[in-house]
Design a binder for this molecule. Structure first.
Ligand SMILES: O=C(O)C1=C[C@@H](OP(=O)(O)O)[C@@H](O)[C@H](O)C1
Ligand SMILES: C=C(OP(=O)(O)O)C(=O)O
Length: 448
């Protein structure tokens, strides 16, 4: 069942009474987990996935792949086996595909559905039904697939896919790994070369996984920091095991909590360090964070390492727009760090925050303002006026069905003078099941 606000889980968070300490692991990477299930379904043979994130978003993808004729089987926590029908061989789903809260699942799956000769209908929860799908419908329509969506390109959406999709040549108008991935996934069943150009590099898990399963992918860096990706169509994708690293976007929450709660010392092991995901770590170090990254190794084709964060007096920072794709999901928690820091911080070019699970720009502003922290929005920039460790708190937080807002609010509560009241923490399960308990294991003292 999709978690809806009617079954909300409110939480009141009080200031931490002790330093946070200990060594933890965070759940598997959400982006890689969605892709692992999808690629396994498109490959010949049985793929074994370890470390799969069993959050609600990824379970939606597993259910959708089952409806399309793949057979994902859960052997034990995080360990799954998927037998793929293979590219071009998926079967027509009998019912609506419900993608819950997950933009990644909906957008990536659109690429697969457009390039198979079947008709499908996709929907999602109240948050996902508000999010723009035109960004994938527009490029994917050039395959010959037909899309029918609600006003403004919103779900529910019907897709009449093509068994012989035309290969695409597309330049991304927005920095979006989801759109890039939808185009590449559609290219798998197209004869000839699919080409995607991105003006700014975005997370490249799709490209890495395509190669992992045996596709020919050529990536060229452009002089201005972008990339051109070429995929040879109709590759023979062959099942290969996948080890999913810990999610850096999830690690962000205990990490920032450790930096802010006085006296803390926390280690987070096995965290993915793909350079297109680590903008937050770079930014925190610029703010003066005592953040060490050690034991860097490669696991399943992705760099992985261990993090150690110790409480630090942070100062304000100016985050360039070009860094946004490498930390796009981390702005709400970075805003909490900036609220605690000394001096102002400016996050440049964060317009994409407006189309996430909530309008994260407005919701982040409300999170801080309702708790006594001043903010300014100038065009597409967010400015947070740091309090120098003096966050009043005492506010109510509306999370708008957004897991990252909810987790950011819990961290704010740990360092605010007055309790912070959060309307619903239930959506945390979309990306970080067990978050509150894991935080309690290092001393957060959440009342759950
Ligand atoms: O490709 C992915 O796995 C993701 C890409 C990002 O979205 P956009 O592509 O919309 O930037 C990110 O916000 C999302 O959490 C996961
Ligand atoms: C934006 C996010 O996810 P999605 O787009 O998959 O809903 C997120 O996890 O922060």
């Amino acid at each position: 069942m999709t978690h809806e606000p009617s079954s909300s889980h409110p939480l009141r968070v009080a200031r931490a009474r002790q330093p946070l300490s200990g060594a933890i692991r965070v759940p598997g990477d959400k982006s890689i987990s969605h892709r692992a299930l999808m690629f396994a379904a498109l490959a010949r043979g049985e793929t074994r996935i370890t470390g799969l994130l069993e959050g609600e978003d990824v379970l939606r993808t597993a259910t959708a792949m089952r409806a399309l004729g793949a057979a994902p089987v859960r052997d034990e926590a995080g360990t799954w086996r998927v037998t793929g029908p293979g590219v071009g061989r998926l079967s027509e789903p009998e019912d609506v595909l419900d993608m819950g809260n997950s933009g990644t699942a909906a957008r990536l799956l659109s690429g697969i559905l457009a390039s198979h000769g079947l008709t499908s209908v996709m929907s999602g929860d109240a948050s996902l039904r508000k999010r723009p799908m035109k960004r994938v419908m527009d490029p994917l329509a050039a395959t010959g697939a037909v899309f029918l969506a609600r006003e403004g390109g919103r779900l529910p959406m019907a897709i009449q896919g093509r068994a012989d999709p035309a290969p695409l040549d597309y330049c991304l108008p927005v920095a979006s790994a989801q759109v890039k991935s939808a185009v590449l996934l559609a290219g798998l069943n197209a004869q000839g070369e699919t080409r995607v150009e991105e003006p700014v590099a975005t997370r490249d898990h799709t490209e890495n996984m395509l190669r992992h399963f045996g596709a020919e992918v050529v990536v060229e860096k452009t002089p201005t920091g972008g990339r051109i990706i070429r995929l040879k169509g109709r590759p023979d994708l062959v099942a290969r095991d996948i080890a999913v690293p810990g999610d850096p976007s999830s690690a962000a929450f205990p990490l920032v909590a450790a930096l802010l709660v006085s006296g803390s010392d926390v280690q987070i092991t096995g965290v993915g360090l793909n350079p297109l995901r680590t903008g937050l770590f770079t930014t925190l170090v610029e703010m003066g964070a005592a953040l060490e990254i050690t034991n860097i190794r490669t696991e399943g084709g992705e760099p992985v390492g261990d993090l150690r964060a110790r409480a630090s007096a942070l100062h304000g920072v100016d985050v360039p727009a070009a860094r946004a794709p490498s930390m796009i999901d981390e702005y709400p928690i970075l805003a909490v760090a900036a609220a605690h820091a000394t001096g102002p911080s400016r996050f440049r070019g964060v317009e994409e925050l407006r189309v996430k699970e909530s309008d994260r720009l407005s919701a982040t502003v409300a999170l801080l303002e309702n708790n006594g922290v001043r903010t300014t929005v100038e065009g597409d920039d967010l400015i947070v006026h740091g309090t120098g460790g003096d966050i009043p708190g005492g506010g109510q937080v509306q999370t708008h069905m957004d897991h990252r807002l909810a987790m950011s609010a819990t961290v704010l509560g740990l360092v605010a003078a007055q309790q912070v009241e959060i309307d619903d923490t239930g959506f945390i399960d979309t990306s970080f099941p067990g978050y509150l308990a894991l935080m309690n294991s290092i001393g957060a003292g959440f009342w759950i």
